[in-house]
Design a binder for this molecule. Sequence first.
Ligand code: NAD
Ligand code: DAU
Length: 341
Amino acid sequence: MQRIMVTGGCGFIGSNFVRHLLATDPGLSIVNVDKLTYAGNPENLADIESDERYAFRQGDICDRDFIDGVLGDGPFDAVVHFAAESHVDRSILDSGPFVQTNIVGTQVLLDAARKHEIPRYVQVSTDEVYGSLGTEGAFTEETPLAPNSPYSASKASADMLVRGYHYTFGFPAVITRCSNNYGPFQFPEKLLPLFISNLMGDQPVPVYGKGENVRDWIHVLDHCRGIEAAMRNGKEGEVYNFGGRCELQNIELTKLLLKLLDKPESLIRYVQDRPGHDLRYAIDCSKAERELGWAPQIGFETGLGETIQWYQQHADWVARIKSGEYTRYYDQQYGDRLDRS
Ligand code: NAD
Ligand code: DAU
């Protein structure tokens, strides 16, 4: 592959993906399309801005003329679609932007990619489309879709559109579904960067419900390597799950963070649960291991230690984000709940 278009490259996973590909494939150039919503931060790619293999086009994936124009400046060997509204709690506050970007935006991209005969399209989806597990088992690619939040419903809808375009038009798409990512450049509304940055400032951390919900953690670079493998070697029409085989209850993870940051348990606040909170996610990623030769490489202990260090070394990055719009969201989401013990 020589030239690819990435959407959402200024977000958490997209920026890690762009940096990873440019660092490992000297023959590749990337056009990054991003609207720069609250979650999109060009600073995430400041170190590669001057790389002549990288180009940034600010715009909305829902804007047909804009997307048509970018893909018309091809040829492109692949489109890798990350751009999304990605935070479950925000989708509970207002699902409108989720329907617009995650569903309509995907449809616009699919139409434009078809028109310009892009030979490979990767839909970056999520394990949340499968719904929630009980205490046993893991999601496979055959698990029926049963999304439980406006966010996951919008992602499942997009997946269904991609499937429909593949079956109807022979559109050359693959879908990837990954579990919870952690690592550098994650917006501090998600559990790990929120808790790490709060604890760095001796602020309390809001644990939803009893903290019994389980997530399966994977380092963002392992996810990026999986998406790359699906882009290069995935079979058209197939779905590939990625996960880190690292299940932890939220409260276990919270206590681990307190220990690693040397903070007291008195900073834990049990707050009102997230409505419709999925109990447990766990991914069976054996298909990706078998068919793509992929496997998670970064152990959780090492990855988490490095991630904490990254946030400590980038306190300015966190501080710049935790102002303005973020403050308004934080007040709306947590209100005075953090003052109560
Ligand atoms: P993020 O919120 O950090 O970044 C999203 C990016 O998309 C931002 O740069 C934003 O500006 C851009 N964007 C949003 N709406 C846009 C629009 N209309 N047009 C153009 N750009 C727009 O998200 P993330 O955590 O990096 O997630 C990336 C993708 O991976 C999403 O599709 C998400 O569903 C999926 N995913 C995330 C995780 C996770 O743990 N974070 C796990 C599995 C899958
Ligand atoms: O599983 C993949 C998904 O992981 C991605 O598709 C989403 O884009 C990504 O946001 C993430 O979704 P989650 O809802 O699992 O992530 P979040 O970091 O919001 O929450 C992780 C767990 O921590 C979840 O059980 C809710 C809980 N939580 C979260 C926050 C923000 C808390 O207890 N307190 C909090 O303040």
